[in-house]
Design a protein around this ligand. Structure first.
Ligand code: UD1
Length: 354
């Protein structure tokens, strides 16, 4: 049984589910953490994801309430379906709920993207990652750093370095993404920045959100800013606006985001997934956070941490404009065949329980 619920998980699910279904029967559960058409349905249709077998419809809420509703609903589904193993991905509340519900029922858990650490426990995602790793039986790590992080916490059994499933997704879909016609008016290939901001630490802190918007509004090239619902709600409540050359657009589907990232002068983001996608696509990234779990991307200036300070952001953009860094992403995140390795490991674990 695979448990997903939030946007970044749908992207990882695409290569994974294809590979898994070549080996085992997969029951797909959608928690309903993300439920808008733009945040969920469009990914299922665009990436031809299998329809969820179960949809829990938990919706939004504070962390405790959301995770609690997921736990209760997942426990019932797990008891009914009796899977041989439960797969969770990434670091969202849906990841934690899936892992915890399964582990408490004595079911083995496989965590895809295990071992990542930002070492900042104020991030809900860091709490989710750590707890999930500590109740998982199979820890499917994208990088050697992730393997080392687990070893430091005493986790050595069931650890596999498999490469990165997002590299698989880029390999599968970049050719199609590149053939798309630009969908946003006034945006010319190679002549714009792409920005996103949604992390709790930025969106829910008025000073930081204002700092990011000020920085984006002063950029000298047009900046596409697809607005996550959390950020849209906060901007509205605080009366914050983006000015300058910022184009506010709704959340974009995956293929459009791939195209936008691959053709941008730079990506400015607080997303974990986009830091890595930008790296895989050869686009410099400026990360609007103080830490990153994708530490490999920092080498050679491919990615720069600036927090939400407008001056630091402006300096990082100027540095990237002066000299565009170059790197080879394959050395870090694998060959784009992680999903097949993961599926083989999971299939062996499932067979050993029969
Ligand atoms: C979640 C993940 C984060 C991931 C992000 C990607 C956690 C702790 N965080 O953050 O790691 O990077 O997804 O998007 O799980 N909302 C809608 N429509 C939706 C979904 C959400 O309007 O379809 C609104 C909710 O009402 C809520 C806000 O967006 O106010 C935040 O949603 P939530 O799922 O709590 O967290 P994200 O910020 O999306």
């Amino acid at each position: 049984m695979t448990v997903v619920g939030a946007r970044p998980q749908f992207v990882k699910l695409a290569p994974l589910s294809r590979a898994l279904r070549r080996h085992v029967r997969e029951v797909l559960v959608h928690t309903g953490q993300h439920y808008d058409r733009e945040m969920s349905d469009v990914f299922f249709s665009e990436l031809a994801l299998p329809a969820p077998d179960r949809h829990l419809g938990v919706g939004s809420g504070p962390h405790g309430a959301m995770t609690g509703r997921m736990l209760e609903a997942l426990e019932a589904v797990l008891v009914e379906e009796g899977p041989a193993l439960v797969v969770v991905l990434g670091d969202t509340n849906s990841t934690l709920a899936g892992a915890l519900a399964a582990a408490k029922l004595g079911l083995p858990v496989a965590h895809v993207e295990a071992g990542l650490r930002s070492f900042d426990l104020r991030m809900p995602e860091e709490i989710n990652r750590r707890l999930t790793d500590h109740v998982s039986d199979l820890l499917l790590c994208p990088t050697p750093t992730a393997v080392r992080n687990l070893a430091h916490e005493g986790i050595r059994h069931g650890v596999h370095r498999v490469g990165d499933v997002m590299a698989d997704a880029v390999r599968l879909w970049l050719p199609r993404a590149r053939r798309r016609r630009p969908a946003i008016k006034g945006i010319v290939r190679g002549a714009y920045y792409l920005a996103t901001v949604h992390r709790q630490e930025n969106a829910d802190d008025p000073g930081r959100l204002a700092g990011v918007l000020e920085a984006l509004s002063s950029l000298r090239h047009p900046t596409v800013l697809p607005l996550h619902p959390r950020t849209a709600q906060r901007m509205e409540a605080l009366g914050l606006k983006a000015g300058g050359l910022v184009h506010l657009v709704p959340p974009q589907p995956y293929l459009e985001m791939l195209r936008l990232q691959s053709e941008a002068r730079a990506v400015l983001t607080d997303s974990g997934g986009m830091q890595k996608e930008a790296y895989l696509l050869g686009t410099p990234c400026i990360t609007l956070r103080e830490t990153t779990e994708w530490v490999e991307t920092l080498r050679g200036g491919a990615n720069r941490l600036t927090g939400a300070d407008p001056r630091r952001i402006a300096r990082a953009v100027a540095a990237v404009e002066r000299k565009r860094p170059r790197w080879d992403p394959r050395l870090t995140y694998g060959d784009g065949h992680a999903a097949e390795r993961i599926a083989t490991i999971i299939a062996a674990a499932v067979r050993s329980r029969r």
